[in-house]
Design a protein around this ligand. Structure first.
Ligand code: HEC
Length: 154
């Protein structure tokens, strides 16, 4: 009986751990916005790696990095409902809720830079590394300016 109970507990724990990230996203805005920023960080890592010559540049990879940033830029602002500033595991600054207009300005800069990069990328992606740098540069500038005002260091 004891083993049966232990087995059930383990089974249940495994089941909970296996819930796809997407269903966590629906009712956990902190987890969702972290996941979105992690995809942004991965795309920036790919882009930065190509810019430094650590990863060989291809137009398809350039396009993938830009498309990921663009998708994030257009959904990110929805993940900051009232009350989600109190979460223990967030590095979102209180300024997001105290100065929502300022935060929205940063979101708009991020979204418009990403949309312009998508247009510059065209169907095939930026033709060469110089074209990629020109397209993604303004998107990278928006990371820093938003983090400075709206993210706390931990
Ligand atoms: C409009 C504001 C804004 C922009 C633009 C922005 N970020 Fe963020 N970022 C945030 C906030 C706010 C957090 C903290 C979220 C939290 O902890 O709830 C964050 C967190 C992160 C994290 C940590 C995620 C984690 O696991 O906790 C990474 C990595 C990151 N950002 C990378 C980037 C990169 C790279 C860019 C640019 C391509 C970027 N961000 C653009 C606001 C922004």
């Amino acid at each position: 009986m004891r083993n049966l109970i232990r087995g059930l507990v383990l089974f249940t724990a495994a089941g909970i751990a296996a819930i796809p990230a997407i269903s966590i996203a629906a009712d956990d805005p902190v987890a969702a916005r972290k996941a979105v920023m992690q995809s942004v960080g991965a795309a920036a890592g790919l882009g930065g790696g190509m810019m430094k010559g650590e990863i060989g540049y291809t137009p398809a990879a350039g396009k993938a990095a830009i498309a990921t940033l663009n998708a994030a830029a257009h959904t990110y602002g929805d993940l900051f409902p009232e009350g989600s500033d109190l979460a223990a595991d967030t590095t979102a600054a209180p300024a997001i809720w105290d100065n929502r207009a300022g935060f929205n300005d940063e979101l708009a800069k991020f979204a418009s830079a990403a949309a312009a990069a998508m247009t510059a990328a065209g169907k095939e992606g930026p033709a060469d590394l110089d074209a990629f740098k020109a397209a993604i540069g303004p998107v990278f500038a928006s990371c820093k300016s938003c983090h400075e005002g709206f993210r706390v260091k931990n």
